[in-house]
Write a protein of this length. Sequence first.
Length: 274
Amino acid sequence: MIKSTDGTPMQIKKIRLISFSPTRTSKKVIDAIASAMADIPCETNDLTYPDAVSELHVGADELAIIGVPVYGGRVAPLAVQRLAALQGSKGPAVIVVTYGNRDFEDALIELRDIAVKANFLPLAAGTFIGEHSYSGAEMPIAADRPDNADLATATTFGSQILEKLLALQDWPGADSLKVPGNIPYKAAAGKMPFTPLVLQSVCTECGACLPACPTGAISLASGIQIDQNLCIFCCACLKTCPEDALQIAAEPIKQKVQWLHENCAERKEPGLYL
Ligand SMILES: Cc1cc2nc3c(=O)[nH]c(=O)nc-3n(C[C@H](O)[C@H](O)[C@H](O)COP(=O)(O)O)c2cc1C
């Protein structure tokens, strides 16, 4: 348990690391934030995979750190669905969105609203940069982010959150944390009618991509098959394949990749809201 400056117990007995993170950048960021709070017991609730829990109660004496990716300037739709499992108890939450160096637009404010609706009190918020899901060797976009500098910022952010918690005399109001973004949010992008292309001649059928898929869209029968109805084009399979047997081949996405590569090369930095 941590104690406030006047010695009053703040009742934080546990940290809950809650993420939806197909290509693992959001997870890396919240892990680095929590590394600054190593004295407090920590439980990980990864909502990325199809076996994600459908109900997750978080006690008033727990600090929830919630990390999700930005898709189309909003919280990734499947993250919204999986976060519906969350039931807070008016305890504090740290909300974090990770984006691929283009923009996070209305994702942070959307995540704040999701947290408030789930009965959390948002205490701090962060925007971090992760390697873009569409980034590859030929068209890198924010390659290798979060890098050491980002992770150091995340750890410092964790220390600042701890300081804020320790100095609090009372829990923050549900609407006390101001974050950038618009209400109403920008319109959600529709589901893309594509899947990555499997180069069957390159694929060794090792099966590494199957457990990486957040929707269970990939099967291995006569070669790797991807169910287009389930695929969210998160690119976790591409990033997991040891043979580069999965590729972005759909023309509209290839054009987007080129645009991102050319127009989002300038390094953006994390944003911290406390
Ligand atoms: C369908 C889709 C939409 C995306 N939209 C955005 C976006 O609007 N802005 C941006 O900067 N990055 C965007 N990205 C990139 C991800 O936000 C970024 O790669 C993030 O780090 C992925 O998080 P994860 O590793 O936790 O899955 C998008 C990625 C995908 C797959």
